[in-house]
Design a protein around this ligand. Sequence first.
Ligand SMILES: CC(C)(COP(=O)(O)OP(=O)(O)OC[C@H]1O[C@@H](n2cnc3c(N)ncnc32)[C@H](O)[C@@H]1OP(=O)(O)O)[C@@H](O)C(=O)NCCC(=O)NCCS
Length: 283
Amino acid sequence: MTSTLDGLARDFFARHPELTLAALGARDNAAALDPSPFGVKVDYRAAERHPDLVERYRAANALAFPGELTLPGWVLSDLYLLPGAIGLLLCRASLLDVPTRKRLGLSPDDEAIAAAYLAAPTVVPRAFVGVSLLSLVPKIVAGAWVKALTLRMLGARRLRGVAQWANPSVRVHTRMGPIRVVSAVPGTHEFRAKSFVYESDLSDEARWTAAMARRASPTPAMKVRATDEAALAALLARAEAGERIYLVPPGLDASGHLLVHVDEARALADGAATAGVASAPRG
Ligand SMILES: CC(C)(COP(=O)(O)OP(=O)(O)OC[C@H]1O[C@@H](n2cnc3c(N)ncnc32)[C@H](O)[C@@H]1OP(=O)(O)O)[C@@H](O)C(=O)NCCC(=O)NCCS
């Protein structure tokens, strides 16, 4: 059984030789990135020299996030490409289903974006915020792999992100390990009412590997319907009050229930350790 993320990544690309790993960002950012996350070589494309790939990313993003979530061009330049790099799984467009390929205006031999992930750097060293995850090649775990490889390329140790309770992406996010429910979404996010802020601790490689391989995880203490607004509001209130509440892999089950685990032991230990301490640095 493969027991490292390098090994699992090797297996993934052996199963899918049609996929390659690339990154798209401002030219000067390349030097700050891990050029071979989990042993997989990144083909770095400087956005200044690859305007066609930038356009292709924007088109793929518009397919995945239509309507009010459409990515404005200036956000792509100022907040995606300039501060960091988008992780990409690339393929021939023939790998996409035909309607998707045609909506993107691609010929079968064109280079296409199979999956993409953007995590933004934050003011906390090695802590990132997941901003945009998309996959156009369902059923091969491409979303989880582009996310994992990008986070490693960025050197992320901690991740916060906004997820929708009932979105299958919860299953992708929990491939990085249990996700802690942090709070409601601050600000005016379009999907605020059905979303939450989560946190992944990426520092425990064994736990990440087990989650990526879908091996054993903590037994959920309870299941909460992902559309039960009252129950979810109660869960958020408890999380915001300091309880360590997690969604454990695979996060969301086939009947639409979230798999919830409350870490009572850690809550007690935290309470003892931080008694009298005003604040502790993150990361
Ligand atoms: C979310 C997204 C990235 C997942 O793409 P993907 O990785 O190719 O998805 P997969 O087909 O491998 O499925 C991922 C998981 O979700 C599950 N899943 C997929 N569709 C599902 C559905 N309709 N209902 C329940 N589970 C579903 C799969 O069984 C799989 O579970 P597993 O990890 O246990 O195998 C893709 O659907 C997408 O781009 N969605 C639109 C954009 C979006 O919502 N992004 C997330 C914002 S937080």
